[in-house]
Design a protein around this ligand. Structure first.
Ligand code: ADP
Ligand code: MG
Length: 484
């Protein structure tokens, strides 16, 4: 792991970043063939003649991949282009059997949009989306399988990719991280990409330049294929520091493609930047222009799930919870659904506190997720009911919850089996108070001579004597009464 630390100090230099995010489309089949788009599988098990670039094989556009791109565009509040076009991007690479990639160059399916990010201090900032286009993924070359040969797995070749290009609106490593997390959250909500960066189904090319305040943009470098949010942040930092050093020593930053090395925490040159004409882009002759009907786009829009920003605002209004809590509870769809199930018809703030507090802590501690959690939304809801109908007090509820985590039992069963019902019988409470005061005559005298703080001590002793089951309000009252 990298020991590289974010330094954040760029002096009078401003960092400028634009990200190109490659997001693998969730679909059954590939973008232009019927082969399975599933991740994994035996090498070369999901390869059709189209994907392998056999002569005479023709691409056929997969409607679902287009729908996914449109949904994503709508989620990015972007312009949907009813007419777009595919182009050939020509280059040689061993994992690209055709010798070209079908992409969209001049006429992408999605145009300009906007994404809101939230910074640590709570500031909301808008980052412009330049475009989203569809293209094919390449296969995978592996150089570590054989002593003298490289091997190629074409399972990924031809899988649909959405390339989401941002405007150079990002100004710091923190903003780059927040942007990437936001894109990932949106595509996951939409179900258009699983966002798993470790598996490579989402990766980012990071364009970085630096400038002095008020200047035009300077030359950028592009850092290819960065595969985690943390690495993107580190790459921005490292590359900005490198460029600043170049400019400050009187040098000139050359436009080039670089690689980020997480182990060293630095970027290094890969090749000087190719220009578009090097790829000899031209309209893909095997595909017609892509023409969408507005009705179809409208029906996709109508079928979109509620997006994270909207859900967060609704949670604040509907449940009266803070913007911060709403952010935590809408981080992903599953958490949001869990919260709504628990909060429904109950004290919504209490539900938010339990979930973002004890519940998440328990998941962390046990290495579980909501899906594998021993505590279901139904069970947690029942626990809140037991608190609000005064069957148990808040203190006992914590113990019951721990038991639920350990055994997966329902709270009512635990309360009955262990006799944890709250004691509201004032006779029993009074008797416990009398006994505690009798056993602590000295403290009672101190209290009466002005040591008010001892009140809490008496309450604590009574609760302890009642095995934690006393109703706190009634215990308070009884202690107050008997102390006169
Ligand atoms: P290309 O097609 O050659 O990759 P683009 O103009 O499409 O170039 O830009 C790619 C990315 O680079 C975009 O995300 C854009 O925001 C970003 N970018 C452009 N100019 C700069 C700059 N001076 N500094 C940082 N990023 C930049
Ligand atoms: Mg680029």
């Amino acid at each position: 792991m990298s020991s590289y630390l974010l330094q954040g100090n760029t002096g009078t230099w401003e960092i400028v970043v634009g990200l190109e995010v490659h997001a693998q489309v969730i679909s059954e089949a590939k973008l232009f063939s019927g082969a399975s788009a599933t991740y994994g599988g035996a090498p070369n098990a999901h390869v059709s003649f189209v994907d392998a670039g056999f002569p005479g094989m023709l691409p056929v556009i997969n409607r679902e991949c287009v729908a996914q791109a449109v949904r994503t565009g709508l989620g990015l509040r972007a312009q949907i282009n009813l007419v777009s076009r595919f182009d050939r991007k020509n280059y040689f690479y061993a994992d690209l059997p055709n010798g070209y990639q079908i992409s969209q160059f001049t006429h992408p399916v999605v145009g300009t949009g906007v994404v809101e990010i939230e910074l640590q201090d709570g500031t909301i900032k808008q980052i412009g989306i330049t475009r989203l286009h569809l293209e094919q993924d390449a296969g995978k070359s592996m150089h570590d399988q054989h002593a003298s040969k490289s091997v190629i797995d074409l399972n990924r070749a031809g899988v649909g990719l959405m390339e989401i290009v941002s405007e150079p609106d990002i100004r710091s490593p923190e903003e780059a991280g927040a942007y990437l997390r936001k894109i990932r959250q949106i595509v996951r909500y939409l179900g258009t990409c699983d966002g798993n960066m470790e598996e490579g189904s989402m990766r980012a090319d990071v364009n970085v330049s630096v400038r002095k305040a008020g200047e035009e943009f300077r030359t950028r470098c592009e850092i290819k294929n960065v595969n985690s949010v943390r690495f993107v942040m580190h790459a921005v930092e490292a590359e900005a520091q490198r460029q600043i050093a170049v400019w400050e020593s009187g040098g000139v930053v050359e436009q080039e493609t670089r690689l980020y090395d997480p182990a060293k925490g630095e970027t290094r040159s890969m090749r000087s930047k190719e220009d578009a004409h090097d790829y000899r882009y031209f309209p893909e002759p095997d595909l017609l222009p892509l023409v969408l009907e507005q009705d179809w786009v409208d029906s996709l829009a109508a079928g979109l799930p509620e997006l994270p920003d909207d859900k967060r605002r609704r949670f604040c209004e509907q449940y009266g919870i803070t913007f911060y809590d709403a952010g935590v509870l809408t981080a992903d769809q599953i958490t949001a659904d869990f919260y709504e199930t628990v909060a429904k018809g109950r004290d919504a703030k209490l539900a938010a506190n339990w979930i973002s507090g004890d519940f998440f802590a328990a998941l962390n501690r046990t290495g579980k997720t909501i899906e594998t959690s021993p505590v279901s939304a139904l069970a947690l809801g029942q626990l809140l009911d037991l608190i609000s109908d005064q069957t148990i007090n808040g203190r006992i509820a914590k113990d019951v919850f721990e038991e639920m985590v350990e055994t997966g039992a329902m709270p009512s069963a635990i309360v009955e089996a262990k006799g944890l019902r709250q004691v509201t019988d004032t006779g029993a409470i009074d008797a416990a108070v009398t006994a505690v005061l009798a056993a602590n005559q000295d403290k009672v005298a101190e209290y009466k001579s002005g040591k008010d703080k001892l009140f809490g001590f008496f309450v604590g002793q009574v609760m302890k004597a009642m095995a934690g089951k006393g109703n706190p309000a009634l215990v308070n009252e009884a202690v107050k009464k008997q102390l006169g």
